[in-house]
Ligand binder design. Structure first.
Ligand code: GLN
Length: 727
């Protein structure tokens, strides 16, 4: 232990003491100070855990599972050190260690990308890997990058034992890639849950074939195998079966080499089953007795805004965190169980810790809530308007609110007017940085005897959820406009599928019949029957497979484009339309429909990631988008851009010319995710007008009238928020 370490430790401890005296929670600060003095401070501090340490990583469930483990270890009579508040970078873990002199066990949650910094220093006995879902892709790039980073961390600490979710192919691929001893946990039977639309890990990372499922639980979790090689779910060292789920909780048999034990949790959610088995696996390997395990699970009360219940003004309130599509979809399932009149309030922020990109809200299946007619829906947070737009296209009218107090003010008014009953349930779902504010306000309201205060004076009309009104007068009998969504299973990043939703709804709202055809991997389509083609962006691996399939369709696509068929291609889909693009160092031939090529300077970690505002001839309003790509595209002379980047942030096609995307005939190629069309309705209508022209010529009809305008105030409000912020 050098002088640096001693100094760092002393400074960290002193700052913690100082902050306490000031009445402030220490949080990350002591760890930050200590780390500045000695970047390696964690190596020494780790020795404060006399029996060992366990690090929990994974996209969803880290804080709950880690805190639950700490409770269990304490119930078993162990002394523990734990970063309970969820501060999960090096500083947060160092701060927790600085607050204790000695403990038997260290239980730490760690951010996925920070494991590479933490594990080589802590050299923990166990890493518990819960799951990997798309989350904060603006920070993480593509999921492959997180996997590589976690595998690298494990390789740096070869004695660490990996306990991982075997039902998650992304976790299993990590276990396959490292030499660490490992144990898989999972479920041996289907929970028979309704499936959601967007999932990750469609492709085998071993051979690039497609992954198939005997059954799927949610997201990409399930019993899977590759149709082409030997990659499959591993044998489960801790296998759950005989699951019984009721509103009062879940119980499950867990079979392991030690025998079979039945465990239960009062939390009645499918993901609680996985967290329970994960915690059981840890306890079994560390010889924690079952009695202590079950006692702590039964008494577990996170009190950190995760699945927290309140009673306010006579309303049962449930608050929960959701920060990615998989977590959000699970929350919607909880809300949907309540068929009665209720309030749902969604708070979405886009601060740095949340990820600046919120296009993932388009990967959430809000449509499921649309037939809950007597649900009043509110949207809050820094991106409230985006949430309201997303809900609008799901057929749900939402009111934008200031905060949760505003929700209760309006709720009071609705109860007074008899729109909602006095005991209507309230569900508040918030993402990472939105949660603490909502949590604090609800705590305060409950502390005031469950009274929220005055009814909101500025009472807006009740915005009961309504299915999108589709005028069906002219929908009878006419052949539909056909939109082809090409390869949604491979090219579907950053909510790109939302573009389809926007196109479809904007036709329906005008009473124009529409049919969406989805062409999955290995399926084909006759483009002479299609009026608009869409392809989204994709991670490199999926993009390569998509590229191969599209190459086989090249002649049909070329004929479609030359006949002025409209085509919208985003990011990966856009790159494929050029002459070539690069997959790592490998040159992949493109379709050559656009006179351009995509190169890749540096590594795929050198990504262009930002919000951007464009000027485009296709719109009178500024066009707002979000880019996240490693490839740099260069247009040949003569090929026009889709727009010009006018915001100070954002790049567009490459690092130099500020041109974004391209237009050729009726192709729009662009790097703008977001999804593009959600906040840029003029671009949507430009494409739809071209689609109607093609439809008219296919059916020998006269050229169509210009599309009737729609009320785009919600879309333009969301657009204006970003334009204001970025200009
Ligand atoms: N994989 C491609 C790249 O990084 C495209 C990414 C995307 O579609 N967002 O350049």
């Amino acid at each position: 232990m050098g002088l640096r370490y001693t100094l760092a430790k002393a400074a960290g401890t002193a700052s913690r003491w100082g902050l306490r005296r000031l009445g402030r929670n220490a949080g990350n600060v002591p760890g930050k100070i200590a780390r500045v003095i000695d970047p390696d401070v964690l190596s020494g501090l780790g020795r404060r855990c006399s029996e060992g340490s366990i690090i929990t990583v994974g996209t969803n469930g880290k804080t709950s599972t880690n805190n639950l483990l700490a409770d269990i270890f304490e119930a078993a009579g162990k002394t523990v050190v734990c970063n309970r508040s969820g501060a999960n970078l090096t500083e947060g873990i160092a701060s927790a260690l600085l607050q204790t002199k000695q403990a038997q066990w260290g239980l730490f949650e760690c951010d996925e990308l920070w494991l590479a910094l933490v594990l080589p220093r802590l050299k923990s006995d166990y890493v518990l890997l819960l799951n990997l879902f798309r989350d904060q892709l603006d920070r993480c790039g593509e999921i492959d990058r997180i996997q590589t980073s976690i595998a690298g961390a494990l390789a740096s600490s070869p004695d660490t034992v990996l306990i991982y979710n075997g039902d998650d192919p992304l976790c299993a691929a990590i276990a396959n890639a490292v030499d660490n001893r490992s144990y898989a946990f999972g479920l041996e039977e289907s929970m028979e849950l309704a499936q959601n639309t967007v999932t990750d890990a469609q492709m085998c990372q071993q051979c690039n074939g497609m992954i198939r499922y005997r059954y799927r639980q949610y997201g990409q979790l399930g019993d899977y195998y590759c149709e082409q090689c030997d990659f499959a779910r591993p044998p489960l060292a801790f296998a759950g079966s005989h699951i019984s789920m009721s509103p009062r909780g879940v119980s499950v048999d867990v079979r392991s080499s030690q025998g079979c034990e039945r465990v239960s949790t009062p939390q009645a959610t499918p993901y609680a089953v996985y967290n329970l088995i994960a915690a059981y696996a840890v306890c079994s390997l560390t010889d924690i007795p079952l009695g202590a395990f079950q006692k702590a699970v039964d008494a577990f009360n996170p009190r950190n805004g995760r699945l927290q219940r309140y009673c306010i003004d006579g309303h049962d309130v449930l608050l929960n965190l959701a920060k990615n599509p998989t977590g959000f979809n699970q929350n919607l399932k909880i809300i949907e169980v309540d068929r009665g009149p209720k309030v749902a309030a969604f708070f979405i922020n886009d601060n740095l810790a949340d990820g600046r990109d919120i296009s993932w809200i388009w990967d959430i299946d809000f449509e499921e809530l649309a037939d809950h007619q007597d649900t009043v829906v509110f949207a809050g947070g820094t991106r409230a308007h985006d949430v309201a737009v997303r809900l609008k296209y799901a057929g749900i009218r939402a009111t934008v609110v200031e905060d949760i107090a505003d929700v209760f003010g309006r709720l009071k008014g609705l109860v007074e007017r008899g729109v909602l009953p006095e005991d209507a349930g309230v569900y508040a779902i918030a993402n990472y940085t939105a949660l603490p504010t909502v949590h604090r306000s609800l705590d305060a309201m409950e502390a005031h005897g469950g009274e929220s205060g005055e009814a909101s004076r500025d009472m807006q009309p009740a915005s009961l959820s309504t299915k999108a009104t589709e005028s069906d007068a002219s929908m009878q009998g006419e052949a539909p406009v056909v939109i082809a969504h090409v390869l949604p299973d491979l090219l579907n990043l950053y909510g790109d599928g939302g573009n389809i939703r926007v196109l479809e709804q904007r036709l329906k709202w005008r009473g124009i019949p529409v049919e969406v055809r989805r062409i999955h991997h290995n399926e084909s389509i006759d483009l002479t029957e299609v009026d608009l083609v869409f392809m989204g962006g994709g991670p490199d691996r999926e993009q390569k497979l998509a590229s191969e399939q599209l190459l086989a369709m090249r002649d049909d696509l070329a004929a479609y484009v030359e006949a002025d068929g409209p085509l919208l291609a985003i990011c990966g889909g856009y790159q494929i339309l050029g002459r070539q693009w690069l997959w790592g160092d490998e040159l992949v031939p493109g379709l050559g429909l656009l006179a351009m090529e995509t190169r890749r300077p540096g590594t795929s970690a050198d990504r262009l990631i930002d919000n951007m505002v464009l000027e485009s001839p296709l719109a009178t309003h500024p066009v707002v988008g979000y880019e996240n790509h490693a490839g740099r595209t260069y247009l040949d002379k003569g090929l026009e851009g889709f727009g010009r980047v006018v915001s100070s942030c954002g790049h567009g096609n490459n690092d130099t010319d500020r041109i974004e995307g391209t237009r050729y005939r009726n192709i729009v190629g662009t790097y703008s995710h977001g999804p593009l069309l959600s906040k840029n309705p003029e671009v949507a209508d430009w494409l739809l007008q071209r689609a109607l022209e093609r439809w008219a010529s296919r059916y020998g009809q006269p050229a169509p009238q210009p599309l009737e305008p729609l009320d785009d105030s919600e879309e333009l409000a969301a657009n204006a928020v970003m334009v204001k912020r970025l200009s």
